[in-house]
Design a protein around this ligand. Structure first.
Ligand SMILES: Cc1cc2nc3c(=O)[nH]c(=O)nc-3n(C[C@H](O)[C@H](O)[C@H](O)COP(=O)(O)OP(=O)(O)OC[C@H]3O[C@@H](n4cnc5c(N)ncnc54)[C@H](O)[C@@H]3O)c2cc1C
Length: 309
């Protein structure tokens, strides 16, 4: 277990924003999980599980949190582990099952899917996080999301330690995921995903088309945390924000992208220090404008840290 004192959090996020945590705890071996609660108690502060940091807006200053990172594995040589056909497990024909570590990068998993002609995760094209974060956010796009592919999860909770959950052990909805059991916090360690065999040309063309749409409509080269707000039922947050005049509106080093009004960009080249106060004030202004103009209250998709309950 590697413990870093007072790590700077901004470099760990795609938005490049955030102060310092009390500590960051990175696990190197599964057995270390038994010592984790004791270690966290000694450090103090509230545990926050970090994946790829691509959906986070972290506040400035000295934060009363401890960042916990799941096992990262040995890097991009790691591969999902085949577990056989789904019919052998629960009677559904056609799908192949794979165990995937939570620390695997989503783009690495997608390249592996393309190489092996395995379909199901096409909605994650261009999503920069890690597998654990994609599950915790039920990430997706273009009509696909992660939750329907999940068959089991290995999770750690301080209350129950490491245990395996079947689909009746969690709840998921659009960009929502939570465990049904009572726990103070949880960390996903690995997941069993059901993927189906496709043909290489068909799969490549879906990936290519999704990536083309994403590149055309989203500011992928800028520092962002993806969509700030969830889409309200039957509408698009980007459309509402655009109609409310938020495209290009700036405060300090932050502005809403002229390419996609639901992306808050941190303009790190502006020479202005980006502060979480400016980012949050701009988000509040956007929410207010949409509320006044359309009577719709937008819910945040991006997670604001610290989340202290
Ligand atoms: C350019 C860009 C494009 C994006 N496009 C999309 C998109 O098309 N669709 C979409 O859904 N999202 C999109 N996102 C948002 C983001 O990439 C996804 O939500 C992603 O799945 C977050 O994963 P992460 O590993 O970065 O999680 P983090 O940002 O590190 O964490 C997000 C949340 O998940 C929790 N978490 C992370 N890992 C674990 C774990 N192992 N166990 C338990 N909880 C955990 C964290 O505590 C936090 O609450 C985009 C972001 C960017 C920057």
């Amino acid at each position: 277990m590697i413990i870093e004192d007072r790590p700077a959090l901004a470099p760990l996020t795609t938005l490049r924003l955030g102060g310092r945590a009390l500590a960051a705890v990175r696990l190197e071996r599964l057995e270390e999980l038994s010592r984790l609660p004791e270690t966290l108690k000694r450090i103090g502060g509230s545990p926050h599980v970090l994946g790829g940091g691509s959906n986070l807006l972290i506040e400035d200053g000295e934060l009363p949190i401890v960042v916990v990172r799941p096992l990262i594995g040995t890097g991009d040589k790691d591969e999902p582990q085949p577990l056989g056909r789904e019919s052998e497990h629960c009677g559904t024909e056609g799908n192949l099952l794979f165990r995937v570590d939570a620390g695997m990068r989503v783009p690495h998993l997608l390249s592996w899917c393309v190489r092996h002609s395995l379909a199901g995760l096409e909605g994650l094209v261009g999503v920069p996080g890690r597998v654990g974060g994609a599950i915790a956010m039920n990430a997706g796009a273009y009509g696909c999301s992660v939750a329907p592919l999940l068959r089991s999860l290995t999770v750690f909770t301080p209350e129950r330690g490491v245990h395996i959950l079947r689909p009746d052990g969690w709840k998921s909805a659009y960009r929502r995921f939570c465990l049904k059991e009572d726990c103070s916090w949880f960390m996903i360690l690995s997941a069993v995903l059901a993927l189906h065999v496709s043909t290489p040309p068909a799969l490549k063309s879906v990936f290519r088309e999704n990536f083309r749409r994403k590149k055309a409509n989203q500011p992928l080269r800028e520092h962002t945390a993806g969509c700030v707000f969830k889409n309200p039922e039957g509408d698009s947050a980007g459309r509402l924000l655009d109609a409310a005049g938020m495209k290009g509106v700036r405060r300090g080093a932050f502005f809403f992208s002229p390419v996609h009004a639901n992306f808050l960009v941190h303009d790190v080249r502006s020479g202005i220090l980006g502060t979480s106060a400016d980012a949050l004030a701009l988000i509040a202004e956007a929410r207010q404008r949409v509320k006044e103009r359309f009577g719709v209250t937008l819910d945040l998709e991006v997670r604001v840290w610290p989340c202290l309950s």
